[in-house]
Design a protein around this ligand. Structure first.
Ligand code: ADP
Ligand code: MG
Length: 351
């Protein structure tokens, strides 16, 4: 089921007439059968977008289509949506079996069919041996699987997950995220996965939608969003350690930082915001000597903090390549250097 958001907008107006443009003219196509990560910082409008798709918030303007069907005016229960929240929202007094079966009772599904479906879902999410327990007796990861089973038991057209891993500890978060990916692949259900965690979005998504202040920043495959960001916001939001952004100048296909030559870069002469990912630097004899501020050896990787004039940057290099901390020469390839317009922050295409 393809989802189309067409100029979707939500303006909240508070009692003292304060307006918040939570979602601003969002135009997105969520391809059928894909898992799309909706990524952005807290407050950028992710939940509001999800709630409009679910029918829990009425858009101020714009349309929502499921396939060819305009669902903008449909109530939530008519949309065929499965929703999963951060806090699981399970009924504590019911068993896992009763929790998963609950949506089917409302739909008046035949009892034998309901029992069969509950088993099918429990098997899908890997909790078939937990059915007689209460939610409180399960780990956070297991509870979230129950919530996913409950969301899927109605055979929804679309699965919407709002920060489903945020309450889990690091190890469970990783495990559950792999599980969600597997469940999505097995069922082929069109899924929107909301997160503020760029690494989570990168690892789980077929495509990523990046939002900021209610506005779409970029929609593309994870690798594209990472290596070919459309603007400084996207470049800075993805990647850890974060991309270095330095003020620089191009003169005759050479990049100067604070007036000193740093690397070759084929581009029009001028001033730019220069983006260089820490992992794109190499320790190399043919590189430029840098003034090292700090060296942090983390096993296989080493983070070198260095000074370029009055600006500092980080390089993430293979520890084995660092021979002498006193005299480090760093190089970066032309095509790994990103240039952004100083005024607009938009990427400047150099090829
Ligand atoms: P996210 O999920 O990305 O953290 P939200 O969609 O929850 O962001 O919120 C987007 C913006 O809309 C925020 O500025 C938030 O304060 C505001 N907002 C969200 N819900 C409401 C509401 N019910 N009333 C007023 N403002 C809201
Ligand atoms: Mg939210």
């Amino acid at each position: 089921m393809e989802i189309v958001l067409n100029r979707l907008t939500k303006v909240f107006v508070t009692k003292n007439k304060q307006e918040t443009r939570a979602v601003d003219n969002l135009d997105i196509v969520i391809p059928s059968g894909k898992l799309v990560g909706l990524l952005g910082p807290s407050g950028c409008g992710k939940t509001t977008t999800l709630f409009m798709i679910a029918g829990l918030h009425k858009p101020t303007s714009g349309r929502i289509l499921f396939g060819n069907e305009d669902v903008t005016k449909l109530t939530a229960d008519k949309r065929g949506i499965g929703l999963v929240f951060q806090n699981y929202a399970l009924y504590p007094h019911m068993t896992v079996r009763q929790n998963i079966m609950f949506p089917l009772e409302n739909l008046k599904v035949d009892y034998d069919e309901a029992v069969a479906r509950v088993h099918e879902m429990a098997k899908l999410v890997g909790i078939e041996d937990q059915l007689d327990k209460k939610p409180g007796e399960l780990s956070g990861g297991q509870q979230q699987r129950v919530a996913i089973a409950r969301a899927l038991v109605k055979k929804p057209r679309v699965l919407l997950l709002d920060e489903p891993l945020s309450n889990l500890d690091a190890r469970l978060r990783l495990q559950t995220r792999e599980e969600i990916k597997r469940i999505q692949r097995e069922t082929g259900i069109t899924t929107i996965f909301v997160t503020h965690d760029q690494e989570e979005a990168m690892s789980i998504s077929d495509e990523i939608v990046v939002m900021e202040k209610g506005v779409l920043q970029q929609r593309d495959k994870p690798q594209e969003v990472y290596y070919n960001p459309e603007n400084l916001f996207v470049a800075k939001f993805l990647g850890s350690p974060a991309i270095n952004v330095l003020r620089g100048e191009i003169k005759q296909n050479k990049l100067y930082i604070n007036g000193e030559y740093f690397a070759d870069k084929k581009a029009k002469d001028g001033q730019y915001e220069v983006g260089m990912r820490p992992e794109n630097f190499k320790v190399s004899e043919s590189g430029v000597s840098v003034k090292v501020v700090d060296v942090d050896i983390i096993g296989r990787d080493t983070i070198i903090r260095f000074q370029l004039g009055d600006q500092t940057a980080r390089a993430l290099v293979d520890s084995e390549t660092v021979e002498s901390i006193k005299n480090i020469k760093l190089a970066i390839k032309d095509e790994k250097i990103l240039l952004f317009d100083i005024e607009t922050g938009k990427v400047v295409k150099t090829k």
